[in-house]
Design a protein around this ligand. Sequence first.
Ligand code: HDE
Length: 710
Amino acid sequence: MAKKSQEKSTLKQRETVTIHDQKVRRWEGGELHQIAEDDTPVLTTAQGGPVADDQNSLRVGPRGPLVIDDFHFREKIFHFDHERIPERVVHARGYGAHGYFETYESLAAYTRADVFQRAGEKTPAFVRFSTVAGSKGSFDLARDVRGFAVKIYTKEGNWDLVGNNIPVFFIQDAIKFPDIIHAVKPEPDRAFPQAQSAHDTFWDFISLTPESMHMIMWVMSDRAIPRSFRFMEGFGVHTFRLVNAKDESTFVKFHWKPKLGLQSVAWNEAVKINGADPDFHRRDLWQAIQSGNFPEWELQVQLFDQEFADSFDFDVLDPTKIIPEEVLAPQPIGRLVLDRMPDNFFAETEQVAFMTQNVPPGIDFSNDPLLQGRNFSYLDTQLKRLGSPNFTHLPINAPKCPFAHFQQDGHMAMRNPIGRVNYQPNSFAEGPRESPMSGYRHFPAEETGTKARLRPESFADHYSQARQFYISQTAPEQRHIAAALTFELSKVETPAIRERMVSHLLNIDETLATAVAQKLGFHSMPSPADAAMPTRQDLEPSPALSIVERGPKRFEGRKLGILITDGLDAALLNGLTAAVAKEKGACELVAPKVGRATASDGTWIEAHHMIDGGPSVLFDAVVLLTSADAIDDLVKEATARDFVADAFQHCKFIGYDPSAMPLIEKAGIADGLDEGTIELPGEKGISDFVSTLGKLRVWAREPSVKLGKA
Ligand code: HDE
């Protein structure tokens, strides 16, 4: 029978040892605690002095002043006052996990990177997912790009693939990065809106920046409101190089493909999730890993040479362009598995420092101007944020391979050189030496040109791939793009900005532009924006760009929310939980009281949520299990009616036993029952119902509910 999930403690095994005649307990992370006679750890100051009283500060008499020789108080408050470090200027809100990367086959023909040499070899990795615009405390379901930053601790040093869940970017040149970020962040005079692009300054900048149009299509699509980090793709975005032992270079684009398929939520759902559980994505990753369902992505690469690059319709150095998978199929080369949460969020997830310039021998950069600008930026940001050039001494950032250099001193130096010699060349035969053969050799690309500030002609097509993205979407996804644009622009107060945006949309797709203009109440259509190059109409749709086309095959990794009351059919509940478990999904129970519901056979069932705290937006599908005796009270609960109405408008599957019919009627959906509203156990039985849930949504219902109509 369902029970509240038992959260695993992250505290790890310990051993007791004696150091300096003192009994000491060592925690797995390495921390030592003195222990008292009764075997409890002794509280100490940071200097190691045992503390006698941590409840009261030192004072003169019961009502007198505090005294300044209270060094314990001083140290404690001093440290507290300095607990915060600057948040990341972008990607401030993030969540990370440890795992490993496993190579499928040797890639020696393409790269000499050690990590890709041996089939089956596992290399430790750390991944941090993030939103871009919001601050550290913002909610998870903002409409935003998601960061997908991977650090692989290879035997030749750390390789950071600092990517996003969208394969293109807003701008073509890093010099525009401060502008786009200023524009999307809260407006400087009023300090709002938080974690939102739906405001004037963002759309002002975008409407004046035609190169951003392709990215805008992605950000207005459901890609920007993923259901889980586990169900989104990741992309290296830029073209990189693989370089083999013979110094031959192959261009490469990196893709992470989630094993459980792609999935997003609806916008109306996202808004409600942000209220019901602002940590929705964090909790999801935590629960998956703690319960042993380790998320996994396949690393796929698009490999191509100069000849392909020269013949391709767009410039492979332009980060606002993709190479469609149908034009160049990605090849799987390995997998990433996340199997361990950090022991300490701050020490690991907050202090992890990703840098695009961290590449091992055999992986090199292209001349993508955005990538080159990033290579310049990430070191500065770590110094600012972590406060010392010794941030590589932090365990999360330190390489896991042997390393040796002559960098020394500085704030918080944890590793200090030993011996006399801290320079080279030296004649003392001490310390590390260069290794010309295995050390990093940059690809000897030949470069010529006139120094100038310019934008190449080959970057000038701003609309063709934006259009290709739009026409590659299924009908519901196209509706969502139109609805997202409408919503965002409806929050823009300056009419000229709204018009400018619609004039760009006219260069992408006229139906889309018209739908948005109508919904915004335009009296007349603006003229199409001046385009540096006309939009190509001949690019074929790329089904790989659709989330619906790349959805899961089954309910695995998803959650069924079951609304229960006293008198529910115990056999039905047991059948459901067993069938969902078989599909590798999870069930959570929602009830008028968390304490318990009493099933038809008298068993007591503990719920995971009270109805008020467990709205249907938290689940991928829902079931209503109630009884003739309990239904009258349930119908009176507004939150129970919302539970059903929301699941319906978000196009979710709804299973119900016949006694729940009055709730369905009161929720106002009885007239709309369709193939996604299924009476249980039904003719085909419970396991058939659960395998149907793998489709996740009944998109055919959408035009009949308000959601998504543009
Ligand atoms: Fe970043 N970016 N970025 N970025 N970025 C940062 O580095 C920057 C760009 C990305 O989880 C910062 O450590 C510039 C593209 C991720 O810790 C900073 C430009 C892509 C993360 C920075 C870009 C990214 C960052 C802020 C324009 C996708 C979070 C904190 C040239 C391929 C990493 C930090 C984490 C973080 C600069 C554009 C991805 C300021 C100048 C394109 C996932 O250095």
